[in-house]
Design a binder for this molecule. Structure first.
Ligand SMILES: [Cu+2]
Length: 467
């Protein structure tokens, strides 16, 4: 026993592969693996010895939501995209049971990148609907690994959502942290364009062209926003297990407003420090860790940024707690800047976000801000200033302030042709925004109560009336 203990202690500084330590070729006892749906992860393995671990996983083909009003028939491991998170330690002997639900239309299998052996287990796990395949392997190398279906056509099975992560902890476990989450990016290819409503079929040609309609975290637009956002408290250390299922796109994973204190590069044993953006290849992973120091919403994105704001690769980590002005002072002043003008000219001041609002208006504003960030900001900009000659301003816009029904109509049905905003002509097209009447009301209320506009409150009933 003493010998075993020293063995454990001496090897825990460095993540050792099983074949470098004969002790790790033995296992003690047997248990069933705890599996979790994203964004949750199972309990840490801690200091437990290597064991025989039974993993039970079920392949399920089912229709789920891809985005508001858009659904898709996903192929899944355990009914979620990504599939269940599997947590093991180096030296475990895994007895993997892959069951294929009797209602499935196709056979499937699993290739785990944590397997040392042919196809990562693909052939040994190949299983028809209504059958169960059992195979075994030993976790030889610590790290964070992707698993995916590898049944032909492989790309199609991955594109439909068949991927997930398996963590192999080093001897002695990873250092404890306060919060751990499971996030996995994937790209999707649908017959309809992004936002086109209804049940959408897989589009093989777009997949071959790598022309994704959706790039998302955890299988759908909004899996990590609104009521699904991740949370942490000021002072806590957060560890994200981030994978990329692909099938095609690599992820420039970034958290807006944070710096990664540590990154387990490519999910392996090398730790990089003080990283802004980490590259996660298709079929790869990374472990990122950071302490949160100030309250606010941190935004998880693929920094190939149109994917974040236009295709869905955006999530929120909401941090609550005390402000810390030493770390972030916020805006302390704003004043006119007017170079080259000798006489004192009136400078249009940008009004700050509404001062004090209470009750349901405050809630509407909060919702409206989220809707604005996700749907309007890319064109009309964070300040509502728009972009000259391309996107008209919403700040102090006469077009907006003169006629609320006209503004509702623009958002509800889209707007094309010549319009005049504050004396400037725009002749462009704003696409119809595929959002609910409630969201149209919230976002317009947010716009009207910001940036010097006339403070109209728009209700869902008003939106409904506009035909
Ligand atoms: Cu499959």
């Amino acid at each position: 026993m003493a010998a075993l203990l020293t063995g454990v202690l001496s090897s825990c500084e460095k993540a050792v592969a099983a074949k470098e330590n004969p002790e790790l070729m033995k296992v003690y006892g047997e248990s069933e693996a705890e599996l979790t749906a994203p964004p949750r992860v199972p309990r840490p393995v801690g200091k437990r010895a290597a064991t025989k671990l039974v993993v039970n996983m079920e392949v399920v083909e089912k229709e789920m939501e891809m985005s508001d009003g858009v659904s898709y028939v996903y192929w899944t491991f355990d009914g979620t995209v990504p599939g269940s998170f599997i947590r093991t330690r180096v030296g475990d002997e895994i007895e993997f049971h892959l069951k294929n639900h009797p209602d499935s239309k196709l056979p499937h299998n699993i290739d785990l990148h944590a397997v040392t052996g042919p196809g990562g287990g693909a052939e040994s796990s190949f299983v028809a609907p209504g059958r169960e395949a059992v195979f075994t392997f030993k976790t030889m190398n610590p790290g964070l690994y992707v698993y995916h279906c590898a049944t032909a056509p492989v790309g199609m099975h991955i594109a439909n959502g068949m991927y997930g992560l398996i963590l192999v902890e080093p001897e002695g476990g990873l250092p404890p942290v306060d919060k751990e989450y499971y996030v996995m990016q994937g790209d999707f290819y649908t017959e309809g364009e992004n936002g086109e409503r209804g049940l959408q079929a897989f589009d093989m040609n777009k997949a071959i062209d790598e022309d994704a309609d959706y790039v998302v975290f955890n299988g759908k637009v909004g899996a990590l926003t609104g009521e699904n956002e991740l949370t942490a408290k000021v002072g806590e250390t957060v560890r994200l297990y981030v994978g990329n299922g692909g099938p095609n796109l690599v992820s420039s994973f970034h958290v807006i407003g944070e710096i990664f204190d540590k990154v387990h590069v490519e999910g392996g044993s090398q730790i990089n420090e003080n990283v802004q953006t980490t590259l996660i290849p298709a079929g790869g992973a990374a472990i990122v860790e950071f302490q949160v120091d100030v309250p606010g919403n941190l935004v998880l994105v693929d920094h190939s940024i149109f994917r974040a704001f236009n295709k869905g690769a955006l999530g929120i980590l909401k941090v609550e707690g005390e402000e810390n002005e030493k770390v972030f002072g916020g805006k302390i002043e704003e004043k006119p800047y007017n170079p080259g003008v000798s006489s004192v000219e009136e400078v249009v001041e940008e009004t700050e976000a509404v001062a004090e609002v209470h009750g349901s208006l405050a809630e509407t504003m909060e919702r409206g801000k989220t809707v604005y960030t996700q749907n309007c900001l890319a064109c009309h900009q964070a300040t509502g200033a728009g972009i000259p000659n391309a996107f008209p301003p919403l700040a102090k816009s006469d077009y907006l302030n003169d006629d609320v029904n006209r503004a509702i109509s623009a958002v509800k049905y889209g707007l094309t042709g010549e319009i005049k905003v504050n004396g400037d002509i725009y002749n462009s097209a704003m696409p119809k925004q595929n959002i609910s009447d409630q969201d149209i009301a919230s976002v317009l209320t947010y716009v009207y109560n910001n940036w010097g506009n006339n403070k109209t409150e728009v209700t869902p009933e008003m939106v409904k009336e506009v035909k």
